[in-house]
Ligand binder design. Structure first.
Ligand code: XMP
Length: 502
């Protein structure tokens, strides 16, 4: 087992995920974990994550115990600086901060085996190691950072992030550490994950009935399928029509899900819309929606005797963006199924996918033999169109957005790029804009189109859509949707934006 120690990085789970991709089992621990909770017998190595703090502001020495475990260590970014500080080096705030791409040069070292002498890496730091610990050697440098990596015995430290997609040879570097330094056993596979989770769920739930929140999306369906494998017919799916769904979505979901599991459909449109009336703040919307969902699940659970558990298809990006990561991470937005949950809940939550990313969930869906049309479904956020209507949510604005989104999706499905696009959707802006139609002045709404490529929802780039396509969509929306007279295209990546507008 490789223990990944989380110091609050947005990328900690990406590290764990790269370790899984090398077929090595890993577990994430908070940096504040009691060291005795880590199973020393199976421990093959430690990876120290990045984090938002500076080692000279935090009590770095209080993490000294990680260095006494006598196993190989890989320190990444903050993890590197921590190692430097604890092992006798020095870290300073540097005048030349490095964010984004940097070109590094590397010395011969087992960690850079099969890497070229120079390649591009992803940096994100304001502090730098300025003095090495005694006996350490520099193994990589960039123009602005003379100590971009160092080695001291079995401790390897990198200022850049090998776990992110943008670092060339990042996977090779992590694989080298696991293989050459830790000599870690390669026993982890998706099949094994499925077996382990099914066993765990069975053990928790026993013969009891549970309810599962289903939305028709891949995450909740995979969570339901895993649970069904463990407990069979004792799983009852609950689908909530919250009035924030896309055109014809309720019927589509019913037809996909009801042949597979025992499904209850709850009509809660009025309830959600009345709670959202006049609410503008995105965080308030998310919290209200998360709360209403739980109240409905609890009410449904009360109708069936003895229900104690609720299964949710929460994924890791939902957890980390809601600021509920294992270490001290920042809140980006409260995902409805994590940060939107009320403090007091009667139901206990089971989240078998909580530490995985969407593409890993797709792999599980393949193992579980779910149909491919379903595996390729694009993500849709739990708070639905409420986070795609900037400003207050009303029936009228929902109808405008549904019509525009339907046209966009009809057109999108006919282009070649569609299968590679992560998400493509319309957003209704809180703006009036002047137009002219049939010689008459109009003062109508503006609709934005968002289309992104992403690997896991954590970072994203906007899609260079064909101009002809954009033209067709814009013409159809302004002609066919009464109430929208302007269409704009969103050309921002994540970061600095997020995928959804709210
Ligand atoms: P953002 O907007 O944070 O979204 O870049 C990343 C991915 O997550 C989806 N998303 C959500 N999914 N509940 C969900 O189930 C939520 O509250 C939520 N917010 C965003 C979003 O569609 C994208 O794929």
């Amino acid at each position: 087992m490789i223990a990944v120690i989380d110091f609050g990085s947005q990328y900690t789970q990406l590290i764990a995920r790269r370790v899984r991709e090398c077929h090595v089992y890993s577990e994430i621990f908070s940096c504040y974990t009691d060291i005795n909770d880590i199973d020393k017998k199976s421990l093959e190595g430690l990876i120290l994550s990045g984090g938002p703090n500076s080692v000279y502001h935090t009590r770095a020495k209080s993490f000294k115990h990680f260095f006494n475990l006598n196993v190989p260590i890989l320190g990444i970014c903050y993890g590197m600086q921590l190692a430097a500080q604890i092992l006798g080096g020095k870290v300073r705030h540097s005048k030349k901060r490095e964010y984004g791409h940097a070109c590094i040069s590397v010395r011969t070292s087992s960690i850079f085996s099969k890497c070229p002498k120079r390649f591009n890496v992803w940096m994100s730091h304001g502090d730098s190691v300025v003095k090495l610990p005694h006996g350490a050697r520099i193994i990589a440098w960039t123009e602005t950072t003379p100590i971009a990596a160092f080695q001291l015995g079995p401790v390897y430290c990198l200022q850049f992030h090998p776990e992110v997609h943008h670092t060339q040879f990042g996977f090779t570097i992590i694989n080298n550490f696991l293989n050459k330094t830790c000599k870690a056993k390669r026993t982890w596979t998706i099949n094994r994950f499925v077996q382990d989770e099914v066993r765990k769920i069975g053990k928790i739930v026993g013969d009891e009935k549970v309810i599962c929140a289903v939305s028709g999306g891949i995450d909740s369906t995979v969570a339901a399928a895993l649970t069904t494998k463990a407990i069979g017919d004792n799983l009852i799916g609950v689908f909530v029509d919250n009035g924030l769904l896309r055109m014809d979505e309720k019927e589509e979901v019913r037809s996909i899900i009801s042949p597979r599991i025992n499904l209850r459909v709850v009509n809660a449109k009025k309830r959600f819309l009345s709670r959202l009336l006049k609410v503008k703040s995105p965080e308030r919307k998310r919290k209200i929606i998360g709360n209403e969902f739980i109240k409905i699940f609890e009410a449904e659970a009360r109708k069936i005797k003895g229900i104690r558990y609720l299964v949710q298809g929460t994924l890791y990006p939902d957890v980390i963006e809601s600021g509920k990561g294992i270490g001290p991470s920042a809140i980006i937005k409260s995902h409805h199924n994590v940060g939107g949950l009320p403090k007091k809940m009667r139901l206990k939550i089971i989240e078998p996918l909580r530490f995985l990313f969407k593409d890993e969930v797709r792999q599980i869906a393949r193992v579980l033999k779910l149909p491919s049309s379903f595996i390729e479904r694009k993500p849709f956020p739990g708070p639905g169109l409420a986070v795609r209507i900037v400003g207050p949510v009303t029936e009228k604005r929902l109808m405008l957005l549904r019509q525009a989104d339907k046209i966009l999706l009809e057109e999108a499905r006919s282009i070649k790029k569609y299968k590679d696009i992560w998400q493509i959707f319309a957003v209704l802006l809180p703006l009036g804009s002047v137009g002219v139609m049939g010689d008459k002045r109009t003062y109508d709404s503006v609709c934005a189109i968002r289309a992104v490529y992403s690997e896991d929802g954590m970072t994203a780039d906007w899609v260079r859509l064909p101009q002809e396509f954009l033209n067709r969509v814009s013409r159809r929306i302004t002609n066919e949707v009464r109430g929208i007279n302007r269409v704009v295209y969103d050309i921002t990546s994540k970061p600095p934006s997020t995928i959804e507008w709210e």
